[in-house]
Design a protein around this ligand. Structure first.
Ligand code: SF4
Length: 391
């Protein structure tokens, strides 16, 4: 039985191939440290310190909390931490961290919540026997009301819908209900530090049961993918932030090109092939347009002269008028009539795309499925490089 976590199954949901690299092959991602998580981590450490001291009845002043953060920053910060947002410096982030802590301190200095645990490191057993990692920033209670609290330093405010759909804290509330039998209610609470606001949510037992089942279903999918070594890639908007681009077939070539000089870039076989193919495709498209133009002109010419064969130096063009049918817009009605009149069997065609999709999803009847064989093929398509558009 394995230990799963919210981030582990989120990675699978985002991109199964990334999951394989991270959790099966255990490859370390190639990511540069950026300032946002660095600042977020230090804020978490400062708040952990605040509540650890409080637990031991040690008074923590706001000044000493802020000093703790500043000292930590001095110790941990290095100039290779990346500031991506234009016009901002590390100093801006340091000030933001201080402001978050200062506002938080003022808002919660009189809070009478009993702190039960900080940065928990525990596991709970799921219905399928697997383990779930429980890591809560702050776990507290007021009588028999329990609070699962998470600190967020990001600059977008979590809305209620997002909070009510959140899996991470909701899963932790199952652990709380199991561990603290007096818990009448478990409130999930996000401290949105950038806004000095909190967002809360609760789950019914029925919702938690369904959530656990959904998690077990995803774990089942992970287990099947692992057994079959079948981890497809899912290119999405998060790819630019993926630390595995150098290992990903969809980005490996791009990463290699960034390491080349302009001369080496021009000589790269892949670059030459794509550029050549793009040139030919553009010419073909142009030629196709021209072909249509010529055909239209030939039809007009033949009509004007009342002829149906036009002669060239070595070739001739036959222009034949014919009638074609146009199907009504309402296809459903047409199909119903065809079925009713017994024409459907003879005239209907297999919807190949749908057939193929059902085959790969395993949705065909086994008797039909076993009649089909499959083979590997390739499709080549051209599109603009998005990374260059963004630059
Ligand atoms: S770059 Fe995108 S497709 Fe490739 S592994 Fe990462 S998330 Fe998946």
């Amino acid at each position: 039985m394995a230990v799963y976590s919210h981030s582990r199954i989120s990675t699978f949901e985002q991109c199964p191939f990334k999951y394989k690299l991270q959790y099966v092959d255990r490859i370390e991602p190639e990511t540069e440290q950026t300032i946002e998580p660095f600042m977020g981590d230090l804020v978490h450490q400062a708040l952990e310190k605040l509540y650890t001291d409080k637990k031991f009845k040690k008074r923590v002043s706001k000044a000493s909390l802020l000093k703790f953060f500043k000292d930590l920053w001095k110790k941990e910060y290095s100039s290779d931490i990346l500031v991506v947002k234009k016009g901002l410096t590390a100093e801006n982030y340091k000030k933001m961290g201080l402001k978050f802590l200062s506002d938080y301190y003022d808002s919660y200095k009189d809070d009478d919540m009993t702190i039960l645990d900080l940065e928990t490191q525990d596991k709970m057993t799921l219905p399928d026997g697997n383990q779930w990692h429980v890591r809560i920033d702050k776990l507290g209670c007021k009588g028999d009301i329990y609070f699962v609290c998470d600190y967020k330093t990001n600059s977008s405010m979590k809305d209620q819908e997002e909070a009510d759909g959140d899996r991470q804290l909701a899963m932790y509330s199952i652990w709380v209900k199991d561990k603290f039998k007096d818990a009448k209610k478990v409130i999930l609470k996000w401290h949105m530090l950038a806004f000095n606001k909190e967002v809360t949510s609760e789950r019914t037992d029925g919702e938690l049961k369904k959530l656990q089942q959904d998690v077990c279903n995803t774990i089942k999918q992970i287990e099947i993918a692992t057994r079959d070594d079948d981890f497809p890639r899912n290119q999405c908007g998060l790819c630019p932030y993926c630390g595995y681009q150098a290992y990903c077939p969809s980005f490996k070539h791009q990463i290699k090109l960034t390491q080349k000089t302009i001369e080496q870039f021009k000589k790269d076989d892949g670059v030459k092939l794509v550029d050549g193919y793009a040139e030919i495709k553009a010419k073909l498209d142009e030629l196709q347009e021209k072909e249509e133009e010529f055909k239209t002109k030939l039809v007009e010419f033949s009509k004007q002269l009342g002829i149906d064969v036009v002669y060239g130096s070595n070739m001739l063009a036959k222009v034949k008028e014919f009638e074609k049918i146009i199907l009504p817009e309402d296809k459903e009605e047409l199909i119903a009539i065809m079925k009713d009149k017994g024409e459907w069997e003879e005239l209907a065609m297999i919807n190949f795309m749908k057939f193929q999709s059902k085959y790969f999803k395993g949705e065909l009847h086994p008797d039909i499925h076993k009649k089909i064989t499959k083979e590997k093929d390739f499709r080549v398509s051209l599109s603009k490089r998005k990374d260059l558009e963004e630059e």
